[in-house]
Design a protein around this ligand. Structure first.
Ligand SMILES: [Mn+2]
Length: 334
């Protein structure tokens, strides 16, 4: 994979471009994609952003979000946008399978593929890109890319808002270890460019419906288990809970972080029965590597301190497997 700096000549003449992200995008996937979109349209390119699936309501305020095509619900429009593209940007993921039903189409595309990402163990198949696992967020990498290309004059308010949204969410509001001085300098630069951070916080964090808080209370009271001997906390959510509280995409976002706030806990797991398959989210503090854990036991991966996995076993069986995996890792969890 050639370095991202080398895409400069490719951007000198107008191109047909698609930007895509991982399925069920979070604020970093959507924020980095839309930041790049607002940059590339100023450079005169014809750009479409495609999400492999639907995305949560709390991302719909983002400038440009109303133009994002959902590959599943607007498949004809997505296929039309992909026709004859010259550049494909893949943001906040590093393996095509992360685009779910879109993956077979992306594999067949005869175009230049560019990755901008911060997850571990990138897959081959990208022509250009940046894969920096020390970056706080993909949004930060988009910001740095614009600087590398010498185009910082294009960083307008729309771009600043999208980059800030991706960074604030992926750093847990600037508290994870990845929040270094560079991140704060970037935010200072965005503020110099007109960013009002409190507007973004309100749009992301003060925008829930009542049912989401009721669900949170129910989950903390009735679904949480703490295994002090393994410094691990877990929450297993049956599908009936998702129905009962009428949860939408994104409503379980951040739930796993509550578990990590318990004194002494080093690993947290959120296990949700999504009906077709069981999804697992892992978080850790310090030196317990949940990327390896997710890869080894649950067909997943991600970052050292944040990862995800999946299981086709029923919820109870998956929980049993999780507990056995934790027991196997007893020493590493001390
Ligand atoms: Mn990210």
């Amino acid at each position: 994979m050639k370095s991202i700096a080398e895409i400069k000549p490719l951007l000198e003449s107008p191109k047909k471009v698609v930007i895509t992200m991982h399925q069920k995008p979070d604020a970093d996937a959507m924020g980095s994609s839309l930041a790049l979109y607002h940059y590339l349209i100023q450079k005169g390119h014809q750009v479409t952003v495609i999400s492999p699936t639907n995305f949560p309501d709390f991302l719909k305020w983002m400038p440009g979000a109303d133009g994002v095509i959902d590959f599943e619900s607007s498949n004809d429009r997505a296929m039309e946008a992909l026709k004859g593209i010259e550049l494909l940007f893949c943001l906040d993921f590093n393996a095509l399978y992360r685009t779910k039903n879109m993956a077979p189409y992306l594999e067949k595309l005869d175009c230049i593929k560019i990755m901008i990402d911060h997850h571990l163990e990138p897959q081959p198949g990208f022509d250009y890109g940046v894969s920096d696992t020390t970056a706080s967020s993909t949004a930060q990498l988009v910001y740095e890319t614009i600087y590398i290309l010498g185009d910082e004059k294009y960083i307008n308010l729309e771009i600043a808002q999208c980059i800030y949204a991706g960074t604030v969410t992926d750093t847990g509001s600037f508290r994870f270890a990845s929040t270094n001085a560079k991140v704060h300098r970037m935010v200072a630069d965005l503020m110099d460019r007109g960013l009002k951070h409190e507007v973004i916080h309100q749009a992301i964090y003060d925008n829930f419906l009542e049912n989401r808080l009721r669900f949170l209370g129910h989950s903390l009271l009735n679904r949480m288990e703490v295994f002090y001997e393994y410094n691990t906390a877990m929450m297993a959510i049956p599908y009936t809970d998702l129905k009962r509280f009428d949860l939408q995409t994104g409503d379980t976002e951040g739930l796993v972080n509550f578990l990590l706030s318990i004194q002494g806990i080093k690993m947290a797991a959120l296990i949700i029965d999504r009906n077709v398959e069981v999804k697992l989210s892992f978080r850790s503090k310090g030196n317990f590597d949940v990327n390896t854990f997710a890869r080894k036991y649950f067909d997943g991966g991600g970052h050292f301190n944040a990862s995800g996995g999946r299981s086709t076993d029923p919820l109870e069986k998956t929980v049993g497997r999780f507990i056995r995996a934790v027991e196997e890792n007893e020493e590493l969890l001390q």
